[in-house]
Design a protein around this ligand. Structure first.
Ligand code: ADP
Ligand code: TRP
Length: 321
């Protein structure tokens, strides 16, 4: 079974990215034919700063490797190193109904956040469909915010298959209900574009600053609180050991939960949780040539699969004479 997913290099990766997508990819390395990539062409819809995009791409790749992605046990590359995907995106766009894209929440949300309403941003889901279909992926692990994009990819695959004959695997999303939307420090969905993240890798000082600003209510310490409604608890529970979590749950329900104390504890837990990855990351950052090399080798592997699908597609649609 082929499992595939991508991540944008548009800012520092955060714990929402980790639980929504990266961890499930890493866990699937030995159980599937895993394809992981950094989607720099997608990031171009919001990043128009050459240095930021280039550095962000290498950093996102470094972070993924540091978290445990093993390039020997998967195919790992940068999207723009496989240009076949843009040709497929064009072909797919010619049979994508406008209405399908007009309904996409992500497009509307990004415009509301100030991202310029470019053609690329509107066509974003078509390129994403091409990413998935060109590799004939069966399953795509993503956070809940990407569910609609997966539906678009499925609709496009079905339409193509009906029009030109069975060509694409119709992919399925993999969304873990418990981790579908990790809240940010302000309680909204954690996202690079909302400036409400807890980054995976930062200095301990920066981490503390972020955690201490997690928004909590003003209920007095001794009063009972609903843990499920507490933003701090919802982040804390992702990392705390089961026995300690049960104790803290008790403090919420019976009264006595001190937000400040729990926050300080969370800083320590987070710092330990990512310690090994942080150390691996330091080593990789000292040797960017090694990361580039891994990505170039991955691109060669990915390109050979992409070319196979694109040749079939060109033939199916009549781009042959
Ligand atoms: P961001 O919203 O921070 O820009 P991306 O769009 O790059 O994140 O998302 C990369 C992956 O991480 C996607 O699969 C996305 O669904 C997942 N993801 C992002 N934020 C969250 C979150 N808060 N909770 C769960 N998954 C998330
Ligand atoms: N749109 C995805 C996101 O913002 C990133 C992405 C691009 C992707 N192409 C993909 C995810 C293909 C899964 C499969 O998170």
């Amino acid at each position: 079974m082929r499992i595939l997913s991508g991540i944008q290099p548009s800012g520092k990766l955060h714990i929402g990215n980790y639980f929504g997508m990266m961890r499930s990819m890493i866990d699937n390395m030995d159980k599937s034919d895993l394809f992981a990539f950094i989607v720099d062409l997608h990031a171009l819809t919001s990043v128009h700063d050459r240095q930021r995009l280039a550095t962000g791409t290498l950093e996102a790749a470094t972070d993924f490797l540091a978290l445990g992605l093993d390039p020997e046990r998967c195919t790992f590359w940068v999207q723009s190193d496989v240009p076949e995907v843009t040709e497929l995106a064009w072909i797919l766009s010619t049979l994508t109904p406008m209405g399908l894209l007009e309904r996409c929440h992500s497009y509307k949300d990004k415009i509301a956040k100030g991202v310029a309403a470019s053609h690329g941003l509107f066509a974003y889901p078509v390129l994403m469909a091409a990413d998935i279909l060109i590799f004939q992926a069966d399953k795509v692990p993503v956070g809940k915010d990407q569910k609609q994009h997966l539906e678009v990819a499925r609709d496009i695959a079905i339409k193509f298959n009906n029009t030109f004959g069975e060509t694409f695997v119709v992919p399925e999303p993999v969304i873990d209900d418990n981790l579908a939307t990790i809240p940010g420090i302000d309680g909204q969905k954690m996202s690079k574009s909302y400036d409400n993240t807890i980054p995976l890798f930062s200095s301990q000082k920066e981490l503390k600053k972020k955690v201490m600003t997690i928004v909590t209510d003003a209920t007095p310490v001794e009063e009972p609180k609903d843990p499920d409604k507490c933003n701090l608890y919802n982040i804390y529970k992702l990392f705390a050991p089961a026995d300690r979590l049960a104790e803290v749950h008790g403090l919420y329900v019976n009264g006595g939960a001190m937000y400040g104390k729990i926050k300080l504890e969370l800083v320590d837990i987070l710092w330990e949780f990512f310690r090994e990855a942080r150390e691996r990351r330091e080593a990789l950052l000292a040797d960017p040539g090694q990361v580039r090399d891994i990505l170039h080798k991955g691109a060669v592997k990915a390109r050979s699969k992409a070319t196979e699908t694109l040749d079939l597609v060109r033939d199916r649609v009549g781009l042959t004479y």
